[in-house]
Design a protein around this ligand. Structure first.
Ligand code: ADP
Ligand code: NA
Length: 368
């Protein structure tokens, strides 16, 4: 069988939330558990060079990298099975980025949705005069090239990402075409996208927006490190609605985004694989059975029941992760040369080997 290389990355910009977990990390772990070690390499990078496209407070980056590493181990990634490393420890990433940027099209980059939304934000703030435009940083504009390099330097064949990253993967394939054309050879390998099967997890407070690290309201997201009581409080406080009290809860992402987000979460964790609609029907039926009506207040209201149930399953999923995470950071104590250091050094060694195999071909093709 052809050798598979699965690559993905995550920015060290704070403790991962439930959206990161369901949309990305849990899938990495599943791939690890189902992949055949004989034919599949798994490479996961904490992409610190991407994190500096926006200004970071002094001291944060170092801490966040360690925390992200601990989180990756806590969700069950096994350094014996995967290569886990900090991007900046493998210079091939930034070297290939420069080389790719010499054949990448600025037109394509300027059409990227994420860049356009940055311009739009500036525009909305009425600051899009030439001065403001030119103060937008080049790293924000060109980071899709670094992302392409991350993937291509390891000759990744499969890249699991969320829907929001689909366009960047297409761009990475474009970089392959441009480079191979310019240097007349099949030097780089075009990767396939593996879209995450998980629906986007929405903000608990503004359920028409995705749950995000950058949301200023901390009660909008559940962190992998939240305690059971923090999880409970955030879920009970989640924004919902009481439309159709006589019908109870219904799954309707457009009209009822908050309720639907919670139902989706339950469906995701459901051991019997029921859909969000089926779960809604069942909760309504349970409340009906107990009270003969759905409009009740307090404990026996379908919404309350839904929230209690979400809180329960999320706690059950995250408790062991939080405990392992805290243990890893505590035992390690932030010492140089501790376990986390050892993991990352060995990961960087393997990743450098993988990157060098590609870079020696690239340098030969470019005649560097
Ligand atoms: P954030 O937007 O919170 O900064 P990132 O952009 O660092 O998150 O995303 C890291 C990974 O998590 C990506 O693969 C992304 O698709 C996934 N992800 C982020 N937010 C969500 C969400 N709300 N629901 C599902 N997946 C998400
Ligand atoms: Na993001």
């Amino acid at each position: 069988a052809q050798r598979q290389v699965i690559f993905s990355g995550i920015q060290p910009t704070g403790i991962p939330h439930l959206g990161n977990y369901l949309g990305a990390l849990q899938q990495w772990k599943r791939m690890q558990d189902s992949a055949d070690p004989e034919t599949t390499d798994l490479i996961f990078s904490v992409v610190d060079l991407h994190a500096i496209t926006v200004p970071q407070q002094r001291g944060n980056l170092k801490k966040w990298k360690r925390e992200m590493l601990a989180a990756l181990l806590a969700i069950g990634l096994d350094p014996k099975r995967c290569t886990i490393f900090y991007q900046s420890m493998v210079p091939g990433h930034s070297e290939l980025q420069w080389i790719l940027s010499c054949t990448a099209s600025t037109g394509y980059l300027s059409r990227m949705t994420q860049w356009k939304s940055k311009l739009q934000l500036a525009d909305d703030a009425h600051m899009l005069d030439d001065k403001a435009k030119s103060s937008l940083k080049h790293g924000l504009f060109s980071y899709p090239i670094l992302q392409a390099a991350d993937i291509l330097v390891h000759r990744a064949t499969h890249v699991p990402v969320g829907e929001d990253q689909r366009q960047h993967l297409e761009f990475a394939r474009e970089c392959v075409t441009n480079f191979n054309h310019a240097y007349k050879g099949k030097v780089l390998v075009a990767p396939e996208t593996i879209l995450s099967p998980t629906k986007r997890v929405m903000s608990l407070q503004l359920p028409t927006k995705k749950m995000s690290k950058s949301d200023p309201d901390p009660s909008s997201r559940i962190l992998l490190t939240d305690t059971p009581s923090e999880i409970h409080a955030k879920i009970l406080k989640a924004r919902t609605d009481s439309l159709t009290p006589s019908l109870g809860i219904t799954f309707d992402p457009i009209q009822r985004p908050g309720v639907s987000n919670l139902l989706q979460l339950l469906s995701h964790f459901d051991t019997q694989d029921r859909s969000a609609q089926e779960i809604a029907a069942q909760i309504n039926a349970e409340v009906m059975g107990n009270h003969g009506g759905l409009g009740g207040e307090g404990e026996e209201n379908p919404l309350r029941k839904l929230k209690e149930r979400v809180s329960e399953v999320v706690q059950r999923e995250l408790n062991p992760i939080r405990e392992k995470y805290l243990k890893l950071l505590q035992e390690d104590g932030g010492k140089e040369g501790g376990y986390l250091d050892e993991v990352i050094r060995e990961g960087a060694r393997k990743a450098n080997e993988s990157a060098e195999r590609t870079m020696s071909r690239v340098r030969r093709a470019v005649e560097l």
